[in-house]
Design a protein around this ligand. Sequence first.
Ligand code: NAD
Ligand code: DAU
Length: 356
Amino acid sequence: MRAFKNLLVTGGAGFIGSNFIRHVFRKTGFTGRIVNFDALTYAGNPHSLDDVATAFGERYVLLRGDIRDASAVREAMNRFDIDGVVHFAAESHVDRSIVGPDAFVQTNIVGTFNLLQAARERGGAMQLFHHVSTDEVFGSLGPEGWFSETTPYSPHSPYSASKAASDHLARAFHDTYGLPLTVTNCSNNYGPYQFPEKLVPLMIMNALEGKGLPVYGKGLNVRDWLHVEDHCDAIWQVATRAADGQTYCIGGHNEMRNIDVVTRICALVDELAAPLASGEPRSSLIKHVADRPGHDLRYAIDASKIAADLGWKPSFDADSGFKSTVRWYLDNVAWTDSVRSGEYQKWISENYETRK
Ligand code: NAD
Ligand code: DAU
């Protein structure tokens, strides 16, 4: 069992990173310090951890820094005597990678390389580098079968290609330099604090406002939906208990077609929020729009290795997960308003002058 004293969490102001930091402080008995190293891009919202900053004082440090800056990364690791890294920071949105791939190469590949180098330089002081990756590196499945730890890589989007490159670099640092490493490849996450460019929060927020719900193509693409809290638990189990060099696939046993996800969200918003002024059900807002180029048909994960080795399995099913998520977006208007209005970006520029 690894017990970290000073954990560097990159991208901790994003969706999964902020849930992970909260999970570690509140649910695991962790007694050390977490340094959240985040550039605070459009996807990084410090308000997502306001409660943690208040409750955990000096044990939680938010350091605005860019993983593309090798010296900033090195300085942070040495200054805080970092003995473990959980690396979330990335450009994460497939659609953005299609219109602007450069940032994906710089952050996801060069940024990961900078972190690996700095971690390696810390020698025996570094207990573990945990690299957070995605099932998208495996490409697309047909109607049958699942991705597992032995599935060959076949990425299709600039996003997934950049994540695949970063996975290869991480494993190369383990195999070549002996950097202690674990890797997880996870399916689609949903839950609190997700930026509303991704399918689930976009549909919830548009449905609440009576706006159109854009479904790409016929909506028949399948994703394996995992509640973010289950993902965070899995990462913590791997980071603290898995053997050096191991990779785990993580999924929710919850394959759904996009159209079914959107229809379910519409029904939940109808159930939990005030009706539309028109009196129509929210499903009337669904609009089929042009498909995403290179849109992978189906992702699904065989998570039997992490179940067998570490006893992990998801605790949310689709009913409990989607319902509690819709309720969260209804109940957390301060957060959704700060994102929708861009107030969090104004707050960042007033509180953090540079991105370094
Ligand atoms: P996100 O976009 O919500 O958050 C990314 C965070 O990284 C933000 O806080 C952003 O400010 C920060 N960041 C971006 N560029 C940076 C840079 N150059 N330097 C420092 N920080 C930077 O992403 P997410 O959905 O929370 O995903 C987190 C990680 O999990 C990513 O590595 C992603 O590939 C992986 N992942 C995500 C999912 C998912 O469904 N969201 C599934 C599997 C794996
Ligand atoms: O599989 C893991 C990946 O899941 C992560 O690695 C990525 O970081 C994360 O963004 C997510 O990628 P997807 O492309 O699957 O997520 P997104 O929410 O963008 O889209 C989910 C599905 O819904 C996908 O098939 C595209 C479709 N979609 C998406 C949006 C935003 C729509 O039909 N309409 C939309 O408006």
